[in-house]
Design a protein around this ligand. Structure first.
Ligand code: HAM
Length: 428
């Protein structure tokens, strides 16, 4: 038997009903904040992620699905391509490629699969889904303002509320600007020098190439050392500190609770200033339901104009897992309103006509078959949880009125064709 590859999974009904509920709800919320959907390819040039996310990150150095294209055309051959491990770099690439600022477009969302070669466990998959939102634009349009950061955080809180996720925790930090980080990296190098040989191989490498990434280490034995390292907060310059203070002031004004976590640096290199994660207790070890932050230099790093930005990505798999704590997928899945049971030869075509009429009224209709005996039709209607069974036999067709039975109460009535849809809708 061929199984789905390690770290991937099939999303099946009824769970897909919860996924659809989440996506419909977030689309509504994005509309209220004037975000527009963008769809970018699921694979991009490898270089986009190397330059955007950063060579020293775990994502780029260990987790990408990368291949060399073997296309027939000379221009395809040898090109290195990668399944997107995240979508901020792709959206910023599209922003630059299509000069979206010229059309006044600056708020985007996207929903789709991402790919990382991680060790699979609950809440961690190799193909997973993100709901991504990005605000990006020229500084003159206000994209650098701390008001955007606070608006994004308030948007996340509204989204989680509307979907029905409570008990989240917002962890907030500022990772400063590149100048702050250069000073911080120096301090980290100094602090790491006497202890780094006791740390894991990755940390030894990071201590040289990009000391900030030591904070991404998950090796338990390294944690006591990481606890003693300086934090970025001490190295923030005046402008970054003021920015951070203003974000927090607006959050307090709109009553969004948060905690500060000075060790939160996020696993991607593009972040500047505000960095955040929302965690949820129900998730266990993989407790980050979403993460995000500001990336003021990303557009320029990818060859575009200066365009400060901020965004976040929700792990949709984790969002759905948290939601399952309180909502059953069964309860959001729409059951058939009516099962149509054609009785005897020639009745399939009558049933088809009726199904067509009823479906026009937005009713969920399941069709039986004229070869079924009545008992078999009842069993089938029960099995799928239909509310009603509608019996379509020769007598009913002649009278143009049909036997409609409510499957829970057992009540049966004869209803003229013209009133059927109304009758079924009434008891919804
Ligand atoms: P990230 O923190 O790498 O950020 O991922 C965001 C969220 O995606 C995580 O909080 C988690 O819920 C989910 N996630 C990540 N990896 C997996 C996995 N292997 N399995 C299941 N869920 C996963 C980013 O990707 C940034 N692009 C977010 C961003 C947008 N920053 C600014 N704009």
């Amino acid at each position: 038997m061929i199984k789905s590859p390690r770290g991937t999974r099939d999303l099946l009904p009824p769970d897909t009903a919860l996924w659809n509920f989440v996506e419909a709800t977030v689309r509504d919320v994005f509309r209220a904040y004037n975000f527009h959907e963008i769809r970018t390819p699921v694979f991009e040039s490898t270089e986009l992620f190397a330059r955007g996310v950063g060579e020293d990150t775990d994502i780029v150095s260990k987790e990408m699905f990368t291949w060399e294209d073997r296309g027939r055309a000379e221009s395809d051959r040898g090109q290195s391509l990668t399944l997107r491990p995240e979508n901020t770099a792709g959206i910023v690439r599209a922003y630059i490629e299509h000069k979206l600022w010229e059309r006044g477009l600056n708020k985007f969302f996207s929903i789709g699969p991402m790919f990382r070669r991680e060790r699979p466990q609950k809440g961690r998959y190799r193909q997973f889904y993100q709901i991504d939102a990005e605000v990006i634009g020229p500084a003159a349009a206000g994209s650098q303002s701390p008001a955007r950061d606070a608006e994004i955080l308030e948007l996340v809180a509204t989204l989680l509320d509307r979907v029905g996720i409570t008990n989240w925790t917002l962890e907030l930090n500022s990772v400063g600007c590149p100048a702050d980080r250069a000073k911080f990296n120096e301090a980290l190098r100094r602090a790491l020098a006497p202890v780094v040989d006791k740390m894991c191989a990755d940390c030894q490498r990071r201590a040289v190439t990009n000391p900030l990434r030591v904070f991404d280490c998950k090796v338990p034995a390294d944690q006591p050392i990481i606890e003693t390292l300086p934090t970025i907060t001490q190295f923030l310059d005046e402008a970054c500190r003021t920015h951070y203070d203003e974000v927090r002031e607006i959050l307090e004004a709109v009553h969004i609770p948060y905690i500060e976590n000075q060790r939160l640096v996020r696993g991607l290199d593009y972040y500047t200033r505000t960095a955040f994660e929302f965690t949820h207790g129900a998730l266990g070890a993989q407790n980050a339901i979403l993460g995000g932050g500001r990336y003021d230099g990303l557009s320029e790093a990818l060859g575009g104009p200066a365009a400060p930005g901020i965004g976040f990505a929700i792990g949709e798999d984790r969002l759905v897992l948290s939601l399952m704590e309180t909502v059953s997928a069964e309860s959001v899945m729409r059951k058939p309103d009516v099962y149509i049971a054609p009785l005897g030869a020639g009745m399939n075509r009558e049933a088809a006509r009726l199904a067509r009429e009823l479906r026009r009224h937005d009713l969920v209709v399941e069709l039986g078959d004229e070869s079924f005996r009545l008992k078999k039709s009842f069993e089938a209607a029960d099995k799928i949880g239909a509310r009603y069974i509608l019996i379509v036999g020769g007598d009913e067709v002649a009278a143009n009125a049909f036997a409609l039975k409510h499957l829970v109460s057992g009540e049966q009535v004869t209803v003229p064709r013209a009133e059927l849809a109304q009758r079924i809708l009434q008891t919804k």
